[in-house]
Design a protein around this ligand. Structure first.
Ligand code: C2E
Ligand code: CA
Ligand code: CA
Ligand code: CA
Length: 276
């Protein structure tokens, strides 16, 4: 029996050690990736379905490794967020974005550029100063910056976050609530943080047209809540024409999803949406 206990303990120790080692190397790889500008932006258009015109774009991070492999965010962002690396990765990606915008971005009609942030970005004024100086430098041309936040990670100091956000609002940067309806906050952030827009998660869009689906009623409730509260709505993960039609009947015109476009690399994005 003692031997068995010993072997179990040993197994746990080895497993723990192994996990720490591999996380350690993930951390090191990410740090190296930041230095080498491996975290690059992809761009997914947001379309007004009434006019068929592009109104904005969401910047989505990809990890392009030295061997050319492109790693999607679900494989590294959760770790990066919990390991305190996401803030530096965001700046690194934004620097790449600014270079791309400076070269080709000016030939695209004025858009909002949505950036995904985490509560940590609101703990000091670094991001605010960064975006303010970007605006002042003219490198983003006529494009506006927009921030997206989820209710996934709680904000510990809401008052401080709001103070920081008011700085952003004073320079024309707005805040969108990402994955709206998925959080357990029950939209508590909307008032407290001064949210301008709800981005409705794909999980709700997927239920459109599905009979007796509870979530379709939730979708309708979110839309009517937004209308009553004077919020804009963007539907995310829209893949079919019948979803677009349903949404426009409900007064939701801003659409993001594979129906219009997948996230695109910068070259493809800027050539496709170039003003001729
Ligand atoms: P998100 O912010 O909710 O972004 C929307 C995700 O839905 C993107 O996945 C996008 O490619 C995907 N999507 C859009 N339309 C469709 C569709 O019609 N069908 C399907 N099946 N998918 C669609 P992606 O790019 O893989 O990003 C996943 C998540 O990773 C994001 O979800 C976001 O939470 C996180 N993420 C991405 N970039 C960043 C970043 O720069 N910073 C932070 N903190 N998180 C990021
Ligand atoms: Ca987002
Ligand atoms: Ca989302
Ligand atoms: Ca999502």
């Amino acid at each position: 029996r003692a031997l068995i206990s010993f072997l179990i303990a040993l197994a746990f120790t080895v497993a723990f050690w192994y996990r720490k080692q591999s996380q350690g190397s993930t951390r090191a790889n990410i740090k190296k990736g930041i230095k080498n500008k491996e975290f690059i932006p992809f761009y997914q258009p947001v379309i007004n379905s009434q006019s068929n015109e592009i109104v904005g774009v969401e910047v989505l991070m990809r990890w392009r490794q030295f061997n050319g492999d492109l790693i999607p965010p679900n494989q590294f962002i959760p770790f990066a967020e919990s390991a305190g690396l996401i803030v530096d990765m965001t700046y690194s990606m934004l620097n790449v974005m600014v270079d791309e915008m400076e070269i080709t971005g000016q030939q695209v009609s004025p858009l909002f550029i949505s950036i995904n942030i985490v509560p940590e970005h609101l703990e000091d004024d670094k991001l605010y100063q960064y975006i303010k100086s970007l605006k002042e430098s003219g490198k983003l041309g006529k494009h506006r910056v927009s921030l997206e936040i989820t209710e996934r990670q709680p904000i510990t100091d809401l008052v401080k976050a709001r103070e920081m956000l008011d700085n952003f609002y004073s320079i024309g940067v707005d805040l969108k609530l990402d994955d709206a309806g998925m959080g357990y906050g029950g939209f508590s952030y909307v008032q407290k943080l001064g949210i301008s827009t709800l981005k409705i998660d794909k999980a709700f869009i997927d239920t459109i047209g599905v009979k007796d689906n509870f979530n379709e009623k939730t979708l309708d409730a979110i839309i009517s809540f937004a209308k009553k509260s004077g919020l804009s709505v963007i539907a995310e993960g829209v893949e079919t024409e019948s979803q677009v039609n349903y949404l426009s009947q409900q007064g939701v015109d801003l659409i993001q999803g594979y129906f219009f476009s997948k996230p695109l690399d910068s070259k493809t994005f800027f050539t496709t949406y170039h003003n001729s």
